[in-house]
Ligand binder design. Structure first.
Ligand code: XUL
Ligand code: CO
Length: 441
């Protein structure tokens, strides 16, 4: 049975194509440097937004037309697997990602939930045998069910901590069974509303203990994975513990977990934290902590996590610049943690949205590679920081000076000259690169 009968395999047709169901810029086999676009971009489809999201919002009921919704319970879960692998094949994506509850309905007990999971995981494993699409990462949902009202590993209730541990234990077993490249922890409700009833020290210590147990269990079952923390500053709680990369990194160091984790950086979470997407990527990169990416974008006029498909070429360019500077994403990828707008409720919109995102990152990749080849930003930095390549600046960076010597030097300075940062020139150059990339195919 076909769930997307009106859609053929999506092909690259080039920038002049007017076919909405074709790639205009994403050409999987095209070489950028010595790797193909497909190998660099490592796109993934998010199961939750694509196969379980019904597009309801606080003011309106679910509206998405999803052919598999004619079934319920386990039948619907099975139909979703069939639809998902048809979608992956037609979109030609190398990866997908899911939470436990996305693939299988929760039962009335943990045992029953695990049994449901086993059935669907076996089915997915079977489908994966005939598919090129692999599991980029899996995770568990420990935030939707009412038991997680006060958090999971940071809950005040030890029974909830234990339940959350059992879910992650199963999640790691599932990840191993399906050969997942990574295992993700997004905070969910790990955070707090008010300090008036919160023991923050105990909650943070418990989170640290929880992550250590996860690392130990992965070792115990021989699950070769990369653990990722996905920072988000707020939503659903007022203050999420994994606020951003910098605070997440401090947390990992405090609890001696920095060797076992990297970050999964989501664009819309970065902007919620008051950072740019590229800031978070950069911060992770310079600390050797850039693991994977949740590719989406927020709306500039809205202050919440709108999870839109990424279409802003300026941002995809600066993001790909960071990723290339990082030497790629290693075992990570670009997972579209993005949902179609409520008005885009037809099944075909799921394809068009992913095409828009994939083309946007393909453009970003091409422009970023050209910027790097031409050393555009490198030359800016070299010139702007030239005072550190000789004289007193060189002494500073080489650790050959101290406050006495610096005072001596400063006392003799007659005048301090600064130079323009040339920001407008730099932005104009980036625009030129963007536009040229479009013109030259
Ligand atoms: C929530 C979010 C999650 C994680 C996985 O904002 O991004 O979907 O990516 O739990
Ligand atoms: Co995410």
């Amino acid at each position: 049975m076909s769930y997307f009968a009106n859609v053929d395999k999506i092909k690259y047709e080039g920038p002049t194509s007017t076919n909405p169901l074709a790639f205009k810029y994403y050409n999987p086999d095209e070489k950028i440097g010595n790797k193909t676009m497909e190998d660099i971009l490592r796109f993934g489809v998010a199961y939750w937004h694509t196969f379980t999201e019904d597009l309801s919002d606080p003011f309106g009921v679910g509206i998405a037309i999803r052919p598999w919704d004619k079934y319920t319970g386990m039948d619907r879960a099975k139909a979703r697997v069939e639809a998902a692998f048809e979608f992956f094949e037609k979109l030609n994506v190398p990866y997908f990602c899911f939470h436990d509850v996305d693939i299988a309905p929760e039962g009335s007990t943990l045992r029953e939930s695990n049994k449901n999971l086993d059935t669907i995981v076996a089915m997915i494993k079977d489908y994966m045998k005939d598919s090129k699409t692999e599991l980029l990462w899996n995770t568990v949902n420990s935030f939707t069910h009412p038991r997680f009202v006060h958090g999971a590993a940071s809950s005040n209730n030890a029974d909830v901590f234990a339940y959350a541990a059992a879910k992650v234990k199963k999640g790691l077993e599932v990840g191993k069974e399906l050969g997942a490249e990574n295992y993700v922890f997004w905070g969910g409700r790990e955070g707090y509303e008010t300090l008036l009833n919160t023991d923050m020290k105990l909650e943070l210590d418990n989170l640290g203990r929880f992550f250590h147990m996860a690392v130990d269990y992965a070792k115990e079952i021989d699950f070769d994975t990369q653990f990722l923390i996905e920072p988000k500053p707020k939503e659903p709680t007022t203050h999420q513990y994994d606020f951003d990369v910098a605070s997440g990194y401090a947390f990992l160091q405090n609890y001696d977990l920095q060797e076992n984790f990297k970050f999964n950086i989501e664009a819309n979470h970065a902007t919620l934290a008051g950072h740019t997407f590229e800031h978070e990527l950069y911060y992770a990169r310079i600390h050797g902590m850039l693991g994977s990416v949740d590719a989406n974008q927020g709306h500039p006029l809205l202050g919440w996590d709108t999870d839109e498909f990424p279409t802003d070429l300026y941002t995809t360019t600066l993001a790909m610049y960071e990723i290339l500077k990082n030497g790629g994403l290693g075992r990570g990828g670009l997972n579209f943690d993005a949902k179609v707008r409520r008005g885009s409720f037809e099944p075909v919109d799921l394809f068009e949205a992913h095409i828009a995102g994939m083309d946007s990152f393909a453009v970003g990749l091409k422009v970023a590679q050209k910027l790097i080849d031409d050393k555009v930003l490198e030359s800016v930095l070299e010139d702007r920081y030239k005072s550190y390549s000789e004289g007193i600046g060189l002494d500073i960076v080489e650790g050959k000076t101290d406050f006495h010597k610096l005072e001596e030097y400063a006392l003799e300075l007659s005048e301090i000259k600064n130079e323009s940062g040339k920001l407008e020139r730099i932005k104009s150059t980036i625009n030129q690169y963007l536009l040229n990339a479009m013109v030259n195919k």
